[in-house]
Write a protein that binds this ligand. Structure first.
Ligand SMILES: Cc1cc2nc3c(=O)[nH]c(=O)nc-3n(C[C@H](O)[C@H](O)[C@H](O)COP(=O)(O)O)c2cc1C
Length: 175
């Protein structure tokens, strides 16, 4: 049997929450596609980088996004009731950092980078994405620190076939 590992760095951090650290370390080993989730509407334009995006069903076509309750974009998403998931190619690595807040740009300023269009809901759709899923929120709930937001997909835009951007081991990679 495989032995479960003790927290890798709890001694170093002095954390009293070893399960969370081990969970983060475990999740960092799993490769994930990188997306920018956007919204627009009466609550304004906003967007953030996300790997916690999962398909739910194909009939109706739906997906879910997990977003921290502290995220400013999450408030806009929930108020606007619409969002668009834009899956990034490796050439949009800089955009991933912008929408993760690593360039210092906040809120609508982030859209000064990238080429943005609209599909049906009015949420910004990235013209250089691999695919864009335009959604209306059909359900949402809070689990501890995160909103789980389910979107019914109303439009899918297929972009050029390019090399995807992947996040693994706390670094970006291109496939
Ligand atoms: C590769 C990567 C993946 C991320 N995935 C998520 C995610 O799935 N959910 C989330 O809430 N934050 C995620 N983040 C962090 C947000 O992108 C970041 O906190 C962002 O600044 C939130 O913006 P806001 O506060 O303006 O909403 C991720 C960051 C990176 C770099």
């Amino acid at each position: 049997m495989l032995k479960s590992q003790a927290t890798p760095n709890s001694a170093a951090t002095g954390s009293t929450n070893p399960d969370a650290l081990l969970f983060r370390e475990g999740m960092s080993r799993a490769a994930a596609a990188v997306h920018v989730v956007t919204t627009d509407g009466s609550a304004g334009r906003a967007g953030f980088t996300a790997t916690a995006v999962t398909p739910v069903t194909d009939s109706p076509a739906s997906l879910l996004v997990c977003v921290n309750t502290a995220s400013r974009s999450a408030q806009a998403l929930l108020a606007n009731r619409v969002f668009c998931v834009n899956t990034l190619s490796a050439e949009d690595l800089a955009l991933a950092d912008v929408f993760a807040g690593r360039s210092g740009l906040q809120g609508p300023e982030r859209f000064t980078v990238g080429k943005w269009e609209r599909l049906e809901t009015g949420s910004p759709a990235l013209a250089t994405s691999l695919v864009a899923f335009d959604c209306r929120i059909s359900d949402a709930r809070v689990v501890a620190t995160h909103h789980i937001i389910i979107g019914e997909i109303v439009r899918i835009w297929l972009g050029e076939q390019k090399r995807p951007l992947v996040y693994q081991g706390r670094h970006y990679h291109e496939l």
